[in-house]
Design a protein around this ligand. Sequence first.
Ligand SMILES: NC(=O)c1ccc[n+]([C@@H]2O[C@H](COP(=O)([O-])OP(=O)(O)OC[C@H]3O[C@@H](n4cnc5c(N)ncnc54)[C@H](O)[C@@H]3O)[C@@H](O)[C@H]2O)c1
Ligand SMILES: *[C@@H]1O[C@H](CO)[C@@H](O)[C@H](O)[C@H]1NC(C)=O
Ligand SMILES: *[C@@H]1O[C@H](CO)[C@@H](O)[C@H](O)[C@H]1NC(C)=O
Ligand SMILES: *[C@@H]1O[C@H](CO)[C@@H](O)[C@H](O)[C@H]1NC(C)=O
Length: 349
Amino acid sequence: MQLASFSLVQITSIAMSVRIILIEALYSIYVLLQILVYPLLVVFAIVEVLKRWFRRLGCSRMPSLCGEVALITGSGRGLGRETAIALAKLGCHLAIVDIQEHLANDTAQFIAENYEVNTRAYKVDVRDYQQLLDLRERVTNDLGDVTILVNNAAIITMSSIDDPPVHEIQRMININFTAPVLTTKVFLPKMRELNRGYVVNISSLASMYPHHTFNVYGASKAAVRHLTSALRTELLEAKSAVKAITICPSFLTTNRRVNDVVKALKLNRILADLDGEVVAQYIVEAILRGETEITVPHCFIWLRRIVATLPAAATERLMAFIGGLVDPKCRENELAQALRTDDGVPFDS
Ligand SMILES: NC(=O)c1ccc[n+]([C@@H]2O[C@H](COP(=O)([O-])OP(=O)(O)OC[C@H]3O[C@@H](n4cnc5c(N)ncnc54)[C@H](O)[C@@H]3O)[C@@H](O)[C@H]2O)c1
Ligand SMILES: *[C@@H]1O[C@H](CO)[C@@H](O)[C@H](O)[C@H]1NC(C)=O
Ligand SMILES: *[C@@H]1O[C@H](CO)[C@@H](O)[C@H](O)[C@H]1NC(C)=O
Ligand SMILES: *[C@@H]1O[C@H](CO)[C@@H](O)[C@H](O)[C@H]1NC(C)=O
């Protein structure tokens, strides 16, 4: 209590204040330099946006994906399965990877019956580095070198929304974040050697908006987005033709749990039906058009750009306000119930 009556100046020595002023002054020079080159950055950004619109209008030549080997994690069901089917339509051979073998078999069988491409199902836990090394070996023998990798496998398990137990936190981080790191480590080197290929990392809109209901989820998806962006700078520096693409979808209707949550929050009244088929189309188009980072729907990227110009305090106040509109009772009951249902993915030891 007594401390509170001291002013800041009294508890900070003059020397320390001077040091801080000098540090701020020095670094302000760098900020000033960035402001000076800002007009150039804006011109660059406009050129990039025009190029992208040009591509979206279908004015530029699209690459053919016919004959490429695509590996999709978590393609037993949901978005992964639909993405596999969309790529099969374009003539890609498919490695269907899922921890749930019967689902993987089912997708592979469906593709084999309906499309003229080679396809195999693989039961793999994408958290396990050794299994991924074996997978690379088997897929290369069965289908050829993988030139399209889609990191889609992810889980949702939270027995408590705001305070998930440690083992669940670790399990989610392992599948949603560590797995894409490992698959990239296993499959990217060959693509770089061939100087050809695409890695698609599925992030989420939740990676762009801070809110405690997606605590670890949002953070793991933000990490995926950030690392994919960092990897792109590496590929650009190395003048590699390999493309790394981030997809950030809004709520999908693919996952039963997410559906239940959306219903519990009554969000289904205001959201459009984003099923796996339509999001898979966004993914395939992003590959064909050479996109880097897209949101589904595309226009939501502008929400993020506008929010990004605000100070963190303002964004957080906005998110807390929106969160506060949600009925707290339904969060406790229906929402928790929806999140608790089993996702069929076994726990690791
Ligand atoms: N559902 C949404 O609202 C939503 C929103 C934004 C982003 N996404 C992202 O989209 C992607 C697909 O979501 P979905 O709704 O189709 O999911 P889903 O749960 O329907 O399917 C995920 C698949 O991954 C498999 N899988 C889980 N753990 C695995 C492991 N360790 N090894 C191998 N396979 C494993 C599961 O067996 C399942 O078949 C995810 O990356 C998700 O984070 C989803
Ligand atoms: C999946 O297919 C493989 C190979 O055809 C078979 O050996 C395996 O038993 C199948 N698994 C399930 C769960 O259907
Ligand atoms: C992992 O991804 C799923 C699917 O989008 C999500 O629902 C879940 O909350 C995520 N978990 C973590 C810890 O990121
Ligand atoms: C995909 O995401 C993972 C995890 O964030 C990251 O380590 C990896 O480099 C990404 N892959 C690509 C090709 O960007």
